[in-house]
Write a protein that binds this ligand. Structure first.
Ligand code: IPE
Ligand code: IPE
Ligand code: MG
Length: 231
């Protein structure tokens, strides 16, 4: 059983930064820092396996409910890691796109994300979708609002009319959703797009997720039998 090629698109819920920090006797912000530094090696490892799209869940619409100091720190870290990593990602031929609501972000974060998109626009080796201030439900609400604004009549509404109004317009659905740190839930991530994604959960905390974890996830994916409702 299992004759899958690919995956072409891997989406990752990067969870466990806080637990990693606690396990090392460090504060939570060190965990987020370590987690951010892990992104490059994971991207390179997936790319080596032929993956073309990687979506990273970095900040959810619900993460605003964390203590203000943690939220502020995550915003600062995002700006500084973009400053540190953008040049490298660009040289590697990685295109960065943003999934989420830009308008409610602090201006410096919004600018940093826009700069990523603008700088890497023409790259095509790998697409990195950064889900930041992203929520699946709010994405669907936005799409519905656009349908109404565009005056689409009920008889014209179909799945593709909705899909072209999601943040992920033009991006294939994720073949596999990986969640680190053992939790078994989607936490409002890609709830429309994951309808037929293969789900993979590992106990490994995100800062520890390395090349061999990537290889393992890929081989589990390839051993699965995707059926899409067929026999
Ligand atoms: C994931 O790590 C990063 C974000 C949600 C921003 P957590 O901060 O959720 O780590 P845990 O779950 O507390 O270990
Ligand atoms: C999901 O992780 C969001 C991100 C990884 C950005 P959380 O840690 O916020 O999810 P819950 O609260 O455990 O469901
Ligand atoms: Mg968490």
């Amino acid at each position: 059983m299992g004759n899958n090629k690919g995956p072409r698109h891997v989406a990752i819920i990067m969870d466990g930064n806080g637990r990693w920090a606690t396990s090392q006797g460090l504060d939570r912000s060190s965990g987020h820092e370590k987690g951010t530094l892990n992104i490059q090696r994971v991207l390179q490892a997936f790319s080596a396996h032929g993956v073309k799209y990687i979506t990273l869940y970095a900040f959810s619409t619900e993460n605003w409910n964390r203590p203000k100091t943690e939220v502020d720190n995550l915003m600062r870290l995002t700006v500084s890691s973009i400053a540190d990593q953008l040049a490298f990602l660009h040289t590697e031929g990685i295109r960065i796109t943003h999934l989420g609501e830009k308008s409610s972000l602090p201006p410096e974060v919004m600018e940093a994300i826009k700069e990523c998109e603008k700088t890497t626009f023409r790259n095509d080796k790998l697409t990195l979708n950064l889900a930041f201030n992203y929520g699946g439900r709010s994405e669907i609400v936005k799409a519905v609002k656009k349908l109404v604004e565009d005056k689409v009549s009920p008889s014209e509404i179909n799945e593709s009319q909705i899909e072209t109004r999601l943040y992920t317009k033009g991006i294939p659905d994720p073949d596999m959703i990986i969640r680190t740190a053992g939790e078994k839930r989607l936490s409002n991530f890609l709830i429309w797009q994951s309808a037929y994604s293969e789900y993979y959960s590992t106990e490994t905390l995100w800062p520890d997720f390395n090349e061999s974890d990537v290889s393992k996830a890929i081989s589990v994916y390839r051993s699965r039998n995707r059926k899409f409702g067929e026999l």
